[in-house]
Design a protein around this ligand. Structure first.
Ligand code: THG
Length: 368
């Protein structure tokens, strides 16, 4: 396989943890929100096994924050999403589709409410800072929109609770899913939420101030020695098993939230002031939608362009966006956008994989 190298450049931003990530032995990187993100340390398979049995610390600083602050903060956030934000509590996080006025997806961040007048949008890979600044300028709302010096650090895996308990205290592990609490590290308040881009359990610390990065990292590794804590990163295999969608791959600006399977986050009756409402009212019955598929045969090659799905007569039935071999489920776990006529569980399609055709079975749900 040919190798791609990233030419160093300060446009490709380092993170507060980059020195530690490099010395922990990250073997490959990708770029996400113009920032470095490791893609594996040992191999994706070894990282996967470790993630499912121990605890990992992930530098996910590339999940950049857009801070929206001021008396009209809630109004501005609600303009961008069909999810009803009106009853969100000060310690809550919401997974929110962000949608333009044509009803198309722009991002799928975690929104973090810090107070009545203050939110962070913890972004997937698209330039929502620019969109939000544009909205604020064009609408005349009384808000400030900026990127704070905040960098998420995920602590994921079955032993994440034990590690967080040791470093940040017993009361932190009583945090419920998608809620956050405040910790104090060396005199600096920071929030920590029970969330993260895996289904192995864990937390995300929103590092508040780059200068604390290496000290926080070192504290976690010092306390977690006997737990076999290791550096990790979002894992391709585990996230497909879990059905965690990747904006830019599985969902793009061509898709509506209903096609993305995010209809349960669309409250078209109560999300007042949401700019895509009129468009989405007509798009609630999609002609295609995200599905989990199992692809037969040996491990598929790495995917770097969408693979077509055909029906038995050779017509296009959909399009594969993510696929990889799963050691635990002994199949190629796959995410695809599938046309309505073919999306029923048990439907058998043909996947046009570069190394040959594979039989593909549509599933009713993801694996974990
Ligand atoms: N954490 C934080 N920021 C992020 C991500 C994250 N920004 C980028 C990216 N991930 C945004 N996308 C997602 C996708 C899925 C989830 C979170 C962010 C997620 N989904 C839960 C699931 O599918 O099991 C459901 C959440 C819910 O129902 O409320 O966690 O991971 N900070």
């Amino acid at each position: 396989m040919s190798m791609l190298y990233l030419t160093p450049s300060i446009r490709l931003r380092r993170t507060p943890f980059s020195n530690r990530v490099d010395s922990a032995g990250a073997k490959a990187y990708t770029i996400y929100n113009h920032m470095r993100l490791a893609s594996y340390y040992e191999t994706p398979e070894e990282d996967y096994r470790h993630l499912k049995t121990a605890v990992q610390v992930w530098d996910v600083s590339c999940e950049r924050q857009v801070e929206i602050k001021g008396p009209d903060a809630l109004r501005l956030v609600q303009m961008t999403t069909p999810r009803d934000m009106s009853r969100m509590q000060d310690d809550q996080c919401y997974y929110v589709p962000m949608v333009d006025s044509a009803g198309k997806m722009m991002n799928d961040p975690v929104a973090v409410r810090l107070g009545q007048d203050r939110y962070w949008l913890s972004l997937a890979d698209s330039d929502m800072l620019l969109y939000c600044k544009g909205l604020a300028a064009g609408s005349g709302l009384d808000v400030e929109v900026f990127e704070p010096d905040v960098s998420p650090l995920a602590i994921q895996g079955p032993k994440a609770d034990e590690l967080v308990c040791r470093v940040f205290g017993e009361e932190i592990i009583r945090t419920r899913f998608f809620r956050h609490k405040t910790i104090n590290f060396q005199g600096q308040d920071m929030i920590i939420a029970r969330s993260g881009w895996s289904h192995q359990g864990g937390f995300e610390l929103y590092l508040d101030g780059s200068g604390y990065g290496e000290a926080v990292w070192d504290a976690l590794f010092e306390a977690g020695k006997d737990l076999d804590v290791r550096a990790g990163c979002p894992n391709l295999i585990e996230r497909i098993e879990a059905g965690l969608l990747s904006f830019g791959s599985d969902i793009t600006m061509d898709h509506t939230p209903f096609e993305a399977g995010l209809g349960k986050y669309c409250h078209l009756d109560s999300a007042t002031g949401f700019l895509g409402r009129k468009a989405l009212l007509d798009l609630q019955e999609p002609a295609k939608q995200i599905r989990a598929l199992a692809l037969a045969g040996p491990a598929v090659p790495a995917i770097n362009h969408p693979w077509p799905l055909h029906d038995s007569t050779g017509n296009i039935a959909g399009c594969i966006s993510s696929s990889t071999w799963s050691p635990d489920f002994d199949t190629n776990v796959t995410i695809a956008m599938v046309k309505r006529e073919h999306w029923g569980g048990g439907t058998v399609l043909t996947a046009k994989v570069p190394d040959g055709d594979r039989s593909a079975i549509v599933r009713d749900k993801f694996w974990i």
